[in-house]
Write a protein that binds this ligand. Structure first.
Ligand code: GLC
Length: 456
């Protein structure tokens, strides 16, 4: 089937995912698989809506994005409370759904309190700010972002991330499972996926916050945070052959400010021989996590791709990340773009780190599965760095399967050949991710909705 026909069918399926509230479109449903129990896949997830929203903006259908931003803002708790069972001030829900009480429609939010694993999402509020910026760039509707309730919403998110915390680093500290990977996967601490989004949200906020007395302190705090965050990520998360050599020979147990091995990483904790063989000479990428005696060397796609898109990785690093993807194509893209995380945790690691989670068995779901939604991020990153051929190649691979397989949520296996064991069909962000990738290639000018210039 030609790609025109695939695109048309994708649009049909996508249109049916729109959900309405009080007669207005406000989001898209996570999945419409008629054959598996919906669980919470009948909700609109903030993170899942992002590719849908970008697509709507590109098609001049910004009203739905505006409705989404306004309604989700109303769900954000605005007051501090000491009730441990209530979501914190500033938090944005993972997902929401329309319900009715006495014939009245209302929105019911899930802050992770109903989700499997019961973890509050840290990524939702960051995506929300990033999306608000995209909306403003696309529509020029600055008034919406400047409205008092929106300014307050941004401030509360930033306060949640920046003010009171048990940490001394510029990164943001989060629990395990607080992002797209919403089950235990060894991501407690400072996972890259969240740090990249945090960086994007900080830069977006600088554009969105009105420089007035009320915002003065928080703007100062952002300026104070951006440089150290950038330095920490570009230097201490960075892995390339040179850096591997340095880490391999690290001194340990160093005390004080001059320590080179600031996090007291023990060489033995890193799978050096495998990694030195796998990492191409021309490659490099940002590590998955960094903390006390912890350097997680798994490759996480969202963090690395968004780092390119947001110019968090510098130009040299961005090319090196794309080099890894190109030179390790079979591992990272395989039969479906692309791996959420590579390699999979296996055997004892899988048992200990995931809690023996059967959904996350090796090479499945979050643990080494392939997620077609990532196609849009790969396309955006490759196009931004003028390496569109990588995007074309990835899109062609995705087109061989997606429609025929009815838009699965994820694929399994070391090369992503199998439809995910528990994957939903008609998964909206799979459909939207594909359409968005096509749109970005057809009109690269749209990249401005999501990218940042190099300078802070
Ligand atoms: C699963 C995924 C999560 C996604 C949700 C809806 O819970 O882990 O990332 O947002 O499904 O698609």
């Amino acid at each position: 089937m030609g790609d025109r026909a695939i695109t048309e069918q994708a649009w049909d399926a996508f249109e049916q995912s729109v959900i309405y509230y009080q007669g207005h479109p406000i989001g898209t449903i996570a999945a419409r698989d008629p054959d598996i129990a919906a669980l919470n896949y009948d909700q609109c997830f903030i993170r899942d809506f992002v590719p849908s929203a970008l697509l709507f903006l590109m098609k001049n259908r910004s009203k739905i994005v505006r409705n989404f931003l306004e309604e989700t803002l109303k769900l954000q708790p605005k007051t501090g409370q000491l009730d441990c069972l209530k979501p914190s001030r500033g938090l944005m829900p993972a997902s929401f759904k329309a319900g009715t009480i006495y014939g009245q429609e209302y929105l019911k939010a899930d802050f992770g309190d109903h989700a499997i694993g019961r973890v509050a999402p840290a990524d939702s509020c960051l995506w929300w700010i990033i999306l608000l910026r995209a909306y403003v760039i696309s529509t020029q509707d600055v008034e919406l972002a400047h409205r008092a309730d929106f300014q307050e919403g941004i401030r509360l998110i930033l306060e949640l991330c920046m003010v009171t915390r048990f940490d001394m680093y510029p990164m943001v500290l989060v629990p395990d499972g607080a992002s797209m990977i919403d089950r235990r996967m060894g991501l407690y601490g400072h996972p890259l996926d969240i740090q990249s989004l945090f960086y994007g949200a900080l830069r977006s906020s600088l554009e969105l916050l009105v420089p007035n007395q009320e915002n003065k302190q928080i703007i100062q705090a952002i300026h104070g945070r951006l440089r150290p965050l950038l330095r920490q990520l570009r230097e201490n998360y960075w892995l390339d052959p040179d850096r591997l050599n340095v880490i391999y020979r690290f001194q340990v147990e160093e005390y004080g400010e001059e320590a080179l091995n600031q996090f007291n990483i023990y060489s033995d904790s890193i799978p050096f021989y495998k990694l030195a063989k796998w990492l191409p000479e021309a490659g490099g990428y940002l590590a998955g996590n960094l903390g006390p005696s912890q350097l997680d060397t798994r490759f996480f796609a969202i963090g690395n791709l968004m780092a390119i898109i947001f110019s968090l990785a510098d130009e040299y690093q961005s090319h090196r990340i794309l080099n890894v993807i190109e030179l390790r194509w079979g591992d990272l893209v395989g039969q479906m773009p692309m791996k959420l995380c590579y390699p999979a945790l296996e055997d004892t690691d899988w048992k200990i780190v995931t809690g023996a989670d059967p959904k996350n068995r090796p090479w499945s779901y979050h643990n080494g599965g392939n997620w077609p939604v990532l196609l849009w991020m790969l396309t955006a990153a490759a196009r931004k760095m003028n390496r569109a051929e990588l995007a074309h190649h990835a899109i062609a691979i995705a087109e061989r399967r997606l429609l025929q397989d009815n838009w699965p949520e994820y694929y399994d296996g070391p090369d992503g050949r199998l439809i995910g064991k528990e994957a939903r069909k008609l998964q909206t962000w799979t459909i939207a991710g594909y359409l968005l990738a096509k749109e970005l290639i057809a009109n690269p000018n749209h990249l401005r909705l999501i990218t940042f210039d190099a300078e802070v």
